[in-house]
Design a protein around this ligand. Structure first.
Ligand code: FAD
Length: 362
């Protein structure tokens, strides 16, 4: 055999697995990807205006896991970046996640500490103990009015599905804070790779035991050239859709360059109202480059196209379980990353998953 492992997918799951297998296990690895680049959905590039942009939507690195941070630090320098997101409601911008500042601004309140904020939210939430769907979950977290203003239409806009039809954990990532911390994440490590994700990914793959082939389907690789497989693509595609196709949400992204220093006051502005797009990202605010113009990206939800976010409806989870059972019967095939589990994981989580299962960096 020419290779010990074939890795299907050069996203952060595939490349972390490849690097660990090559380094820690000292095995020969071939990494293939359908796309013409590495770094998966975190792929970034410098546009014609000299601004580093993320092709598939903004990717902000954050983790609490020191092992993940130390592992990735072998392949990149970092710069400090703490992400902020606002929701634009009737022309004003409100911090997201909802926190003390959001409530004070929206309702002209004078909450001064976490205790008062919690008390206020307790008085408006419905206290549903065991939410059966995302609507129940949001009502329990923020109450009817905030849910209606910031989340109901927004969620429907991006998923083409009312929150009451979505499993609770779809909106589970939407947190609430009781203090005045307006950062989007609270993790210990919040940094961006100083030369971008693609450069970091390329460095991870630069190893004597690793070969990379792009624009290649793993199914086209001769089975006699490798012993074991690590698969990071969608689980239904692995099994040739025998039980049917799992639903995903796609995104249409429209990049625009504006001849002004900055376009908006925050890196990401959410639009929970009637605008056709649901958010606008301004890349200079995230990737830090200097340019006399600025590149923004408007994101529109799309039913078809690249498969980005698993759409975990209650029906879809039943379908997923059929594939899961099939996957458990396989030998010599390992699954890594978000798609085989039909579950959104961030970069820190997929790297942690590989570190746990393959071992510590050399
Ligand atoms: C819009 C969006 C925004 C996000 N924002 C953040 C963020 O802010 N912070 C964060 O940490 N994470 C974010 N994420 C999640 C992040 O993208 C993932 O955690 C990370 O990309 C997971 O890597 P992965 O390798 O599991 O999947 P992917 O990056 O999707 O890589 C899988 C790769 O497998 C390839 N593949 C599939 N089938 C085959 C096949 N048959 N043969 C060969 N190759 C195949 C695909 O082409 C793809 O490149 C975001 C995701 C999306 C979609």
């Amino acid at each position: 055999m020419k290779y010990d492992y074939l890795i299907a997918g050069a996203g952060f799951a595939g490349i972390t697995a490849a690097r660990l297998i090559a380094d820690v296990l000292n095995k020969r690895v071939l990494v293939v990807d359908l796309r013409n680049h590495v770094a998966g959905n975190a792929y970034d590039y410098t546009d014609d205006n000299g601004i580093l942009v993320h092709k598939y939507g903004p990717h902000i690195f954050h983790t609490n896991d020191e092992k993940v941070f130390n592992f990735l630090s072998q392949f990149t320098g970092w710069y400090k970046y703490e992400h902020k997101v606002v929701s634009r409601y009737e022309g004003s911008d409100y911090p997201i996640p909802v926190n003390m500042v959001t409530l004070n601004k929206l309702y002209s309140l004078n909450l001064t500490n976490a205790e008062e904020t919690k008390k206020y939210l307790d008085s408006v939430t419905s206290g549903i103990g065991n939410p059966k769907n995302s609507e129940d979950l949001m009502l329990a977290r923020v109450g009817r009015e905030l849910y209606g203003k910031f989340f109901e239409r927004f969620t429907e806009k991006i998923w083409f599905e009312h929150p009451s039809k979505l499993a609770p954990n779809v909106c589970g990532r939407i947190n609430v804070r009781f203090d005045d911390d307006c950062r989007y994440f609270t993790d210990k490590y919040q940094f961006m790779p100083d030369k971008g994700y693609t450069k970091m990914a390329e460095k991870m793959l630069t190893h004597k035991n690793i070969d990379v082939e792009l624009e290649t389907d793993f199914k086209a690789v001769n089975k006699n050239t490798y012993s074991k497989l690590v698969y990071t693509g969608p689980i239904d595609s692995f099994f040739d859709y025998i039980h049917g196709k799992l639903p995903y949400r796609s995104i249409e992204m429209i990049f625009e360059n504006h001849k002004e220093e900055f376009y908006q006051n925050y890196a990401v502005v959410n639009f929970p109202g009637d605008e056709p797009y649901y958010r606008i990202t301004e890349y200079k605010r995230i990737t830090g480059g200097k340019s006399d113009s600025t590149t923004i990206c408007k994101e529109f939800a799309a039913r078809d196209g690249e498969r980005f976010y698993p759409k975990r409806t209650i029906d879809a989870l039943e379908l997923f379980n059929k594939y899961k059972k099939d996957a458990e019967k396989l030998k010599g095939v390992f699954f890594a990353g978000m798609h085989p589990y039909f579950q959104y994981y961030d970069i820190g989580q997929v790297v942690a998953q590989c570190l746990r299962s393959i071992g510590k960096p050399a």
